[in-house]
Design a protein around this ligand. Sequence first.
Ligand code: HIS
Length: 394
Amino acid sequence: MKKDLLHTPEGVRDIYSTECVEKKIIENKLHDVCRLYGYNDIQTPSIEYFDVFSKERGSVPSNEMFKLFDRYGNTLVLRPDMTPSIARAAAKYFEDHILPIKLCYVSNTFINVSKYYQGRLKENTVIGAELIDDASIDADYEIICMVIDCMKNAGLTEFQVELGNVAFFNGLLKDAGIKGDTYEELLNLINEKNYIGVEEILNNLNIDKNTAKVLLELPQLFGQAEVLDKARSLTNIPECIEAVDRLTNLYELLKINGYDKYVSFDLGELSNHTYYTGIIFHAFTFGTGEPIASGGRYDKLLGQFGCDKASIGFSLIIDRLMAAINRQNIEIEVEYSGVLLVYSEDKLQDAVKRANELRKDGINVCMIRKNNNKSESQYIEYAKASQLSDVVYI
Ligand SMILES: N[C@@H](Cc1c[nH]c[nH+]1)C(=O)O
């Protein structure tokens, strides 16, 4: 056997047998949630022009993208993130829509993560939903409810959705006149909750003392709903107050269906996706250090594709969710049905007839020519591995 041909490249993997069956089951359960909320499927190509993901779009850094070239010399990328692709497609096909557009997808994304993130997959299956052309708080509420329902439908009982609002941070930085590289540096340091780093930068900047104080406190502004009152008491910049009020209002809405118990707040929660303009969130559970789902409001992204529409959405990384489900020993119920039809060499005709009849009735039939060296228990084992409930001999 050519052993060296059997390997996959670093960061990608084969998914087969039970794991693949279970992944499909979970995928379908999550997709059901999107359908239940009235979202319509969309498929976009795995390959896009690089410009769809260039720096201005605010998605993934250029060095984390897999790049390729077409025959005309254009730079293409394997999509690292679904949101800009959906924004592009929505701007193209739904420009004249007068009502909100609700789209969902199950697709693979590709990120060439650096070696510092060893163990992180470079290809992931994500399920997501995008609510386009709806600036209302109801849209924020719907998307958070969908994230929570996805987690619940997957069988998780212990999880948290951390809510933030980048408009709070942006309000502070705008007030302080901080832009460009310093903006990015501060964003990264606050995101990493690097208090010392934030202090160091602020010491070198000549900005309003109170704004500096709030920025220093940002990494600690997380917890339950009380943290919103604390945030409100720290500043009177209108943009920041509005950002906190939006979170308070969202929290009130989440009480309608008792989903408030699944959320906490983190005003120091920012995102490397700079396309976010308002509410953002990350969903966590045990068994993975990294968020399973994330998303937020991106009111300016479609405008970059020539079709200004305020939008919000989420994506959930199914591979990460599967890892958490396994580590939490949550059982995924696999349904067994259908027939393994084992026929003797001279009974092919009868077997085909029987299989066709059963298939007409919607019953799965897997046909196998009988091998006399194989025992009945081996056929039973085979049927089980194929999620078939019965073995029939002809
Ligand atoms: N695409 C974002 C999540 C998202 C979907 N819609 C809005 N945000 C991500 O991969 O992190």
